[in-house]
Design a protein around this ligand. Sequence first.
Ligand code: ZN
Length: 211
Amino acid sequence: MFDIDADPLGWEEVVEKTIRNRLQLNSIYGQDWYETKFKLVRTQPDRFTEWKIENGELFYYQPDYEKAIIDDEHPWKKVVKPDDVLTILRENHDTPQAGHLGKDKTYDRVRQSYYWPGISQDVKTYVQDCEICTKVKYNQNPLKGPLMTRPLQQPWAQLSIDTVVSQTRTKKGNSNVVVVQELYTKYIELFPIRHRTGKLIAKVLDTVFDR
Ligand SMILES: [Zn+2]
């Protein structure tokens, strides 16, 4: 009855083209760097003790010194090939599991498992230019309403509901997106819809609250 694309992942294809066009990857990092490093580590492992090759993949030893005092379970970070950088960034920022967190939290998340030269700058650029984050931030002005001056004590006490119109459409023809943000954790979830009607937006909220 309702025209709802319940799979929030459908939104990814909408923004993919924009992301590919706008992301300026760090200039020092190219295919050459990865291949050169890989060859050096393979042929001279004694010279590169902080690097290793396992199952044909390059790893870099980079313990998190703050956490290492207690326990850093994964000090070996997978070195990401240039062609895969965008996928890693998207997985750790755009997916419902990642929830469009800010640049610091996204960076913490990415560097837990991965490394590439210029990783910090690339995460910063990617999050700064994220279409969804930009629109959500632009539409929210915490100073405007007196309600916002009361600090939030727990998750799901307050939500922000917004709609964003995209330049492109999903395969199902949806070009409108309902953006639901949980204001305590800043977690964001996206629901593509065809038209911005009260009925459809209400249906999205039902989906959120029924879980
Ligand atoms: Zn974002």
